[in-house]
Design a protein around this ligand. Sequence first.
Ligand code: FAD
Length: 334
Amino acid sequence: MNLNEYKGVWVYAEQRDGELQKIGLELLGKAREIADGINEELTAVLLGNNMEESAKELLAYGADKVIYVEDEKLAHFTTDAFTEAICDLIEKDKPGMMLVGATYLGRDLGPRIAARVGTGLTADCTALATEEGTGHLMMTRPAFGGNLMATIMCTDHRPQMATVRPGVFDMIAKDESRVDAAKIDKRTTTFSADVDRIKVLDVIKELKDTVDLTEAQFIVSGGRGVGSAENFEILKELAHELGGTVAGSRASIDNGWLDHDLQVGQTGKTVRPLVYVACGISGAIQHLAGMQDSEYVIAINKDADAPIHGVADLSLIGDLNKLVPEFTAQLKAM
Ligand code: FAD
């Protein structure tokens, strides 16, 4: 493999049922910085059907160009079709780096691509940088169950591939003046017969009374101090009043009080809402790792020495069973 043939930073712009996902835009934000740092082109890769408007949006969010592969078979995600289409692009265009979101789809797609093109992949990254001098991608992810952070480089193979957690990077401000249809490189692809083994017949969306944590602007999060699944009702009422959603520390999830996908922290989700209300959460380092970039943190804890107060903008010291309903009542009265 001649590494010098591989140039440019690629971001896989995830779409679900024709809708561009925020993770691709977040990745473009970070990739813009990386591409500028090594003086290479930033390309967004979009696979779908009838998605020209989304391709333009990717330019507005920082891509220098968009490779848009259009096909009916790419309207909905299937591992085989998406893997084939992207591997075909990689073989022809030879990118130096490829970033994919560590979403359910990206975690399926990323390793398949890496295996097929014969490169490595660092999964579930929480930080990216480039090495001074070489420009190699430095990919950081929790290792050994989150007990240490490992920085990994892929020095002998290309592209350098990473899946990156949603919510870790900021997208850049949308700038419509960047949109230029000439920067959209529309392609077609040919598929093998394997792709027809799976067809998406219908998409039935799960109706949830919670929103995606990584997108939520208001989060009311509960820890061991909440005491029971039933007692989460008072947090849900507060979340409802704020127009937000509930979440929890690992203690709440391990106790079975909340669904697994509502865990915030190093081994859960990284969130950065406008307001994060931490109720009965001590503020262990692994929890802080997932929420400390929130805009405004309110800590409700009966222990004045709990570490959560160290990252709080407002600390309410006392029993959450009294303070949370009071908070809700005050909001209702407003
Ligand atoms: P505790 O630490 O037990 O704190 C409970 C708090 O509630 C205390 O501060 C107490 O004063 C307060 N309290 C009790 N009753 C009341 C009341 N009535 N009113 C007000 N306050 C009250 N944790 C995560 O959250 N997310 C992760 O992703 C995560 N990943 C981990 C990965 C690894 C490798 C390891 C080793 C640990 C991880 N943890 C994670 C666990 C973490 O170390 C802590 O154990 C966990 O965050 C503690 O949860 P907690 O704050 O809810 O409980």
